[in-house]
Design a protein around this ligand. Structure first.
Ligand code: SF4
Length: 364
């Protein structure tokens, strides 16, 4: 038994030669904004703080916030009157947003501005009488929230064959919108079929797939064909993480694994391993995966573009911080830096905020 364990450990250590790590990977600007916003809520209010849906779809992030007294709910009516309530990055149905604001609740909406943009497109096209083809995943929170903007006009389509269930006539004005986090291929296949049916199809300039989604997929494409296997770090309910696994498969990667953390790595990987992470996966998890793979010939980062987008904190949070800053002792971060309401928000990565959250006593 001892020999077997030793043999397995030795095999693991010597068999991975090289790691190719994709860049960009991990946290996007929308996730950065949402995590920092919820961290401010934790600092401003005593627990419990409520959050409608997972703030972002990542187990590690969600558990960190639970440990700090954040309660995640799927119904805003579960939230007691006068309580602090954050709405998640995925966007919220207009009716739910209205209900959330009832009974004196203090609501901060951490929706990503790029999801808000799609909500706006739905509203405008519906008002103009369009039939909206919305490419998305059934039951995903972003899709549910977006479709609720104009349910009478929106048809959810997951694959080209679903278009057969929509009644198009010669008078139909059709628009094609999409969930921001799909794989390029699944979106493209619906677009092509929709254009065959409705050549005058309207769609926003370059479509609704966000920069973070397309950048992470492009970076993965640049390593997938060079790797014996591809590891995608992220949660199973993260749409853009699942999209990355689809991209790796479509590029012909022999083995594609989605894992939550390094503990889930199998011990039979070999040769060159490609590594990337979904937009809601912390960089710490990626570094732990690379450390566990322990490649004998080192790590190569393959960067396809520089991503420097920044989304400022939600308006309601900025107002809250302005009105409470004088009364709050905001304290210091673990590196000794003084916390100031929003002054250094752009320079302060969400990973620092999460690390500070998980270490008791780092806020004084
Ligand atoms: S993946 Fe795109 S749409 Fe989603 S939070 Fe990030 S930037 Fe926003």
């Amino acid at each position: 038994m001892q020999y077997r364990t030793l043999f397995k450990a030795t095999l693991f250590v010597v068999s991975v030669r090289r790691v190719l790590v994709a860049s960009p990977r991990g946290f996007c600007a929308g996730v950065e904004m949402a995590i920092k916003a919820l961290s401010w809520m934790v600092r401003i209010f005593p627990p419990p703080i409520y959050c409608y849906h997972e703030i972002v779809h990542n187990q590690t992030v969600v558990e960190s916030f639970k440990a700090k007294g954040v309660v995640f709910v799927n119904d805003v009516n579960e939230v007691p009157p006068n309580s602090p309530l954050m709405l998640s990055a995925h966007g919220t149905a207009p009716d739910v947003e209205k209900d959330a604001a009832l009974n004196g609740r203090v609501v901060v909406n951490a929706v990503c501005p790029l999801v808000t943009k799609v909500h706006h497109e739905v509203q405008v096209r519906a008002n103009k009488g369009y039939t909206i083809i919305y490419v998305g995943h059934v039951g995903h929170e972003e899709a549910v929230g977006t479709m609720a903007v104009a349910p009478q006009a929106v048809h959810l389509v997951e694959k080209p064959e679903d278009l057969a269930y929509i009644d198009f006539t010669s008078d139909t004005k059709a628009a094609l919108l999409a969930q921001t986090t799909l794989s390029q291929d699944e979106w493209q296949s619906v677009l092509e079929k929709a254009r065959e049916i409705q050549p005058e199809l309207w769609m926003p300039g370059r479509g609704d797939l966000c920069f973070a989604t397309t950048n992470r997929q492009a970076a993965l494409r640049s390593i997938a064909t060079r790797a014996d296997s591809v590891v995608v770090v992220g949660s199973a309910n993260s749409s853009n993480t699942v999209a990355l696994t689809k991209v790796a498969i479509s590029m012909g990667a022999a083995r594609v694994l989605r894992i939550n953390s390094a503990e889930e790595l199998p011990d039979d990987l070999f040769g060159t391993v490609g590594v990337t992470a979904g937009a809601s996966a912390p960089e710490d998890l990626v570094q732990e995966v690379i450390a566990k793979l322990s490649p004998t010939e080192g790590v190569e980062e393959v960067k396809v573009t520089l991503e420097d987008e920044y989304f400022p904190p939600p308006r309601q949070l900025r107002e809250l911080l302005r009105s409470t800053a004088g009364a709050l002792h905001l304290g210091t971060m673990s590196d000794g830096a003084q916390l100031s309401p929003l002054g250094d928000d752009r320079q302060r990565p969400a990973s620092d905020t999460l690390a500070a959250l998980s270490h008791q006593g780092t806020y004084s």
